[in-house]
Design a protein around this ligand. Structure first.
Ligand code: GAR
Length: 187
């Protein structure tokens, strides 16, 4: 049986889309049972609806604590038999509550060669720093910001003077590398 995954996203959802496409094309052995977002207005919700993946939108502000928010998310995941959590542009730190419910079962993708340029706008940070090579990292999640054991990395050259082309190149690599890394660990 294919492992059941939930994809968490807060934005456009191009990585969600790539994972869905890889599963459909039988390049990724997983069942994408639900997309969870903390941003009900995010474009990823439209993408999920379009491809027929259940979208669960939470508004963390409406919970008294982060723990209460994550407990609600965990209940929804457990009801659906989710075994792995795949963060794909989920721009919120995961707390102990979620980490303990899914120990060593939460992974993240980040658009830099970690530990360089963690946090928001990693591509912008790399360009501003003047590095010539950046890349993509897939890693297990711990309580830190884009920390945790590295599963896979791939370098991407910065295209000087062309931010858009650099971003596009990084996203292309993300879409390939996430599938490869997940096939390696989802057993
Ligand atoms: C991706 O580049 C992902 O690596 C990044 O957010 C973007 C989401 O794009 N994640 C982080 O920066 C995590 N710190 P998407 O919504 O199109 O998949």
């Amino acid at each position: 049986m294919a492992p059941k995954i939930a994809v968490f996203a807060s934005g456009s959802g191009s990585n969600f889309q790539a994972l869905h496409n890889a599963i459909e094309a039988q390049k990724l052995n997983a069942e994408l049972v639900v997309m969870v977002t903390d941003k009900p207005e995010a474009f990823v919700v439209e993408r999920a609806n379009k491809v027929g993946v259940e979208a669960l939108a939470f508004s963390p502000k409406t919970y008294d604590t982060k723990a209460a928010y994550e407990q609600a998310v965990i209940a929804a995941l457990q009801q659906r038999g989710v075994e792995w959590i795949v963060l794909a542009g989920y721009m919120r730190l995961v707390s102990e509550v979620l980490l303990q419910a899914y120990p060593n079962r939460i992974v993240n993708i980040h658009p830099s060669l970690l530990p360089s340029f963690p946090g928001k706008d990693a591509i912008g940070q790399a360009i501003a720093h003047g590095v010539k090579v950046t890349g993509v990292t897939v890693h297990y999640v711990d309580e830190g910001m884009d920390t945790g054991p590295i599963i896979a990395q791939r370098a991407v050259n910065i295209i000087e003077g062309d931010v858009e082309a650099t971003e596009a190149a990084i996203h292309r690599v993300e879409h390939e590398l996430y599938t490869e890394a997940l096939n390696q660990i989802l057993k």
